[in-house]
Design a protein around this ligand. Structure first.
Ligand code: ASP
Length: 422
């Protein structure tokens, strides 16, 4: 078994990814659909176990790491500067994502000539209003928020608790150290769980490739291309540029350092489930200190979703093109603005943003029937698009964390430049 552990983890996960695609496609080709689905559903259980294991530690990790991160800042004022810098970068990157999304939608014209007549309309549950959502950030009962995994409410409470412990000075010290110790322990749990990643990723990808397969790529080829190319460009240009020119750090080391997180994001389609891995890669491979990793990453996983914003812009144009809605210049602006807002409100779970699409489509008065048709049409393929936007979301959070850490002097550059150990 020693030979297995000698292979670096990211290589094992990558092998799982590639073999999973091959396995899924071979099963789909050699068996009839019902048998293939039955077999792949059994295989997928390993993937579901993996996802449950990482989801299990998301809430304790966010809670303990965030309190420990704030405590490690040593000064409540620092929270302000880190917060402001992170927010400016979140907004800036989302702005570029919007531009790219609209550009891709205009360039690829994914909705042109698409016949949505055959799609089964999908109706939507009532969306909560933005006002209610904002209010719910303040938990009435923080313990209930922890139990329910209400991420923004947990973040809000943890931020204040961290500040409170700092303000308590000596009296707060033991608790500060306690949070620090537990967060280290929970982080170590990701190491244990990640040993299952090669198999989990294999199983999840095999299921997607075998049940959705290449046919789906071609059925909505231009939409898929627009999303994949848009996200790839965004990661290379905007994040690559940010790390290179704003953080003044080598870009290759950045992407190499977060490979594990990118692959887990791709196979799970959930930036929230990926969070433990994102925090681990940032701290251990990129040298980002807990004060930044523990605060910028949990917040980013919840509010900073560039891939989602980019995707929503493309799908809005897709809808306009498919049904012939005429768009005025101000509509583009409003689409970008609502896409950005919706991406902030989207939960980091699979397909979350597709169900908020109606808010963006309201900008140019798309009828409820058309909205239901578009969602029904995209839904069966959404997983493939979701995987790519989730990778973008997670990469964006890591890029912002690295840049803020560099600006704040909260990064160990030796660790950043060294090759990842695992
Ligand atoms: N699945 C995405 C994420 O977790 C959210 C979405 O766009 O649906 O980042």
């Amino acid at each position: 078994m020693a030979w297995w552990f000698k292979i670096k983890l990211w290589k094992r996960v990558f092998a799982g990814l590639v073999l999973g695609v091959v396995f899924g496609l071979v099963v789909a080709q050699t068996m009839d659909a019902a048998h293939a689905e039955a077999l792949l559903s059994k295989v997928k259980i390993i993937g579901d176990v993996f996802i449950r294991l990482i989801r299990m530690i998301v809430v304790p990790l966010v809670f303990f790491t965030l309190v420990a991160g704030i405590y490690a800042m040593g000064d409540p004022k620092k929270l302000g500067t880190i917060g402001v810098k992170a927010f400016v970068l979140y907004l800036l990157t989302t702005f570029f994502a919007n531009l790219l999304g609209l550009l891709m939608g205009a360039l690829f014209q994914p909705g042109k000539g698409v016949d949505l007549g055959g799609a089964a309309p999908k109706t939507l549950g009532a969306a909560t209003s933005i006002g209610d959502r904002l209010m719910s950030i303040i938990p009435e009962n923080p313990f209930a928020a922890l139990v329910q995994g209400d991420m923004l409410a947990v973040i809000f409470f943890a931020l204040l608790l961290g500040v409170g412990l700092l303000m308590a000075r000596k009296a707060g010290e033991p608790a500060g150290r306690f949070f620090e110790a537990v967060s280290e322990g929970v982080l170590m749990m990701t190491h244990i769980i990640m040993e299952l990643a090669p198999f989990g990723v294999f199983a999840l990808i095999a299921y997607v490739a075998g049940t959705k397969g290449v046919a789906t790529f071609t059925a909505i080829l231009s939409l898929t291309l627009a999303v994949y190319i848009g996200c790839a460009l965004h990661m290379a240009i905007v994040y690559g540029g940010m790390v290179r020119f704003l953080a003044r750090l080598p870009v290759v080391d950045f992407f190499r350092g977060i490979l594990d997180a990118m692959m887990v994001a791709y196979s799970t389609s959930s930036s929230s489930a990926t969070l433990p891995v994102t925090i681990r890669t940032a701290e251990e491979n990129l040298g980002v200190k807990k004060s930044v990793a523990g605060s910028v990453l949990p917040l980013g996983a919840t509010v900073n979703m560039d891939g989602t914003s980019l995707y929503l812009g493309i799908v809005a144009l897709f809808t306009a093109q498919a049904f012939g809605y005429h768009l005025e210049p101000q509509h583009y602006f409003l689409i970008a603005l609502t896409a950005a807002l919706v991406s902030i409100g989207t939960a980091g779970v699979p397909s979350a943003s597709l169900f908020l699409l109606s808010i963006v489509l309201q900008v140019f008065n798309v009828s409820p029937e058309h909205t239901a048709l578009v969602i029904g049409f995209i839904f069966p393929f959404d997983r493939l698009l979701d995987m790519m936007r989730t990778v973008t979301n997670v990469t964006g959070d890591s890029a912002v964390a690295v840049t803020v850490a560099k600006w704040e002097g909260e990064i160990d550059e030796e660790v950043y430049r060294a090759r990842p150990a695992a």
